[in-house]
Design a protein around this ligand. Structure first.
Ligand SMILES: Nc1nc2c(c(=O)[nH]1)N[C@H]1C(S)=C(S)[C@@H](COP(=O)(O)O)O[C@H]1N2
Ligand SMILES: [Mo]
Length: 263
């Protein structure tokens, strides 16, 4: 939904209730509208009816929307089928080079210094030794040709190769019953995914794009690829991976994007 349609629907007259708190919580509102398959935008009147709460001030609206978003995380986690594969495509459909996105412009990308880069391991894993790219590349390689979907409303088909995240977690003897796998990045980005998605067959620690080492703008030397998630759930330029039961959030997740964000 475009911002214009959204703000129009938010301001739709609805029993004379001031809709401005919804505009201040635009990220949450958009997620809820998409997830609830709402054809018309959410209005405070509709939310009041849905929840039975009096939400006439911004704090009340925010708490209620966040509650709905977290409830929505639980529903998505419950609906997630760990064996269902995302659609795959042919080599001829692969976009070269891929499309760049980050919370800043491609000109601001700072390539990683491979003399010092290591992948650090933290949290609930027995083997916490850090990894060089050489050691990662020595693990068995898997490939996928799948669709990358950004929450901004664009997508492309790409070919990503690397080590299966499940395989990597087994190698470091991670606690596979933990709730979250969290990532830190060389830029100010971070992210986290649920363990079920981390163990999904199409979730990988990616080193290559279109059979070449992945380019600097797209996460060299290591990025996450999860074919069942929106693009923002896949950190690039990863520097650390942590297995944890404490909710880690992430760059966009802390800015009100829905945490689970499955496709
Ligand atoms: N470190 C880092 N990872 C990131 C981002 C970012 O800004 N920094 N942006 C995310 C978003 S919103 C998208 S859509 C994808 C884009 O990946 P691509 O440039 O390979 O298409 O990277 C994700 N991972
Ligand atoms: Mo994105």
């Amino acid at each position: 939904m475009s911002i214009r349609t959204l703000s129009r629907s938010l301001f739709r007259p609805s029993g004379g209730i001031d809709q401005s708190p919804l505009v201040e919580n635009k990220g949450l509102v958009e997620t809820l509208e998409r997830r609830l398959f709402l054809r018309q935008g959410l209005s405070l009147g509709a939310l009041t009816l849905l929840t039975g709460c009096d939400i006439s001030n911004n704090n009340g609206v925010q708490a209620m929307l966040q509650g709905m978003s977290h409830w929505n995380d639980r529903v998505q986690a419950w609906l997630f089928d760990p064996t269902k594969l995302a659609p795959t495509f042919s080599e001829a459909q692969v976009l070269k080079p891929p499309r760049f996105n980050a919370f800043y412009d491609i000109k601001e990308v700072k390539p990683i210094d491979m003399a010092t880069w290591r992948l650090e391991v933290g949290g609930l894993a027995k083997d916490k030794r850090s990894w060089t790219l050489e050691r990662i590349n020595a693990l068995p390689k898997v490939s996928q040709i799948t669709r990358h979907v950004c929450v901004e409303g664009w997508d492309y088909i790409g070919k990503w190769s690397g080590v299966s995240l499940r395989r990597f977690l087994q190698t470091i003897e991670a606690d596979l019953t933990a709730k979250y796998v969290a990532f830190k990045c060389a830029d100010d980005y971070s992210g986290s995914i649920d363990m079920a998605t981390a163990l999904h067959p199409q979730t990988q620690l990616t080193t290559d794009y279109a059979d070449e080492p992945i380019g600097d703008p797209y996460g060299f030397p290591l990025r996450l690829r999860a074919a069942t998630k929106l693009g923002f759930k896949m950190p690039k330029w990863i520097t650390s991976i942590e297995i944890t039961n404490e909710y880690p959030g992430g760059y966009w997740e802390d800015r009100d994007y829905n945490w689970f964000s499955g496709l």
